[in-house]
Design a protein around this ligand. Structure first.
Ligand code: THU
Length: 144
C-alpha cells in the first residue's frame, strides 16, 4: 500500500497502515450518486485514535459535503480538535478542494495530508502539509 518515495516518517508503519486502511474503508461508504466520485478521509489523533468521513452528496448539488470536512465534523463532534495527520483516499489521489484546505487550516498548518490512490491499490502518492496546500490561509485578525 505504501509507496517508497513518499515520506511517512512521523508515523510508525503500523499506525500509517491503520490510518490509510481507514481512509480507504470509509471511501467505500461515500454517498456520491451524482458524481460517482468516492472520497474517504481519516484523521489521526496524537493518541492514535482515528476519525473518518466520506463525501455526502445531495440532489441540490451545492450542498455536497466533502470527505475531509465530514471527517473533521466526526472528530470535532467527539471533542477532538487536534490531529497529527490526515489521509485522503480517492480515484487518482486528488488533492483537497479549496474549501477543505481552508477548513483543514483551522486546526493547524504543519500536519501532513497523505493522498492515496484507490485505483492503485491504495498507493500513497503524495504527502503535503496544510501550509503547502494553502499558503496564506485566511485567519481572523483577532486570532493572531
Ligand atoms: N470531494 C471531496 O470529498 N473532497 C475534496 O476535497 C474534493 C471533492 C467530493 C465532493 C463531491 O462529492 C465529489 O468529490 C466530486 O466533486
Amino acid at each position: 500500500m505504501d509507496s517508497d518515495s513518499v515520506d511517512t516518517v512521523e508515523l510508525s508503519p503500523d499506525v500509517a497502515q491503520k490510518l490509510f486502511a481507514a481512509a480507504l474503508a470509509v471511501q467505500q461508504r461515500a454517498y456520491a450518486p451524482y458524481s460517482k466520485f468516492l472520497v474517504g478521509a481519516a484523521l489521526l489523533t496524537s493518541d492514535n485514535r482515528i476519525f473518518s468521513g466520506c463525501n455526502i452528496e445531495n440532489a441540490s448539488y451545492g450542498l455536497c459535503l466533502c470527505a475531509e470536512r465530514s471527517a473533521i465534523a466526526a472528530a470535532v463532534s467527539a471533542g477532538v480538535r487536534s490531529w497529527r495527520a490526515v489521509a485522503v483516499a480517492s480515484r487518482g489521489a486528488v488533492t483537497p478542494c479549496g474549501a477543505c484546505r481552508q477548513v483543514l487550516s483551522e486546526f493547524g498548518l504543519d500536519y501532513p495530508i497523505f493522498l492515496l490512490d484507490s485505483q492503485l491499490n491504495g498507493q500513497l502518492t503524495q504527502r503535503l502539509t496544510v501550509a503547502e496546500l494553502l499558503p496564506g490561509a485566511f485567519r481572523l485578525d483577532s486570532e493572531r
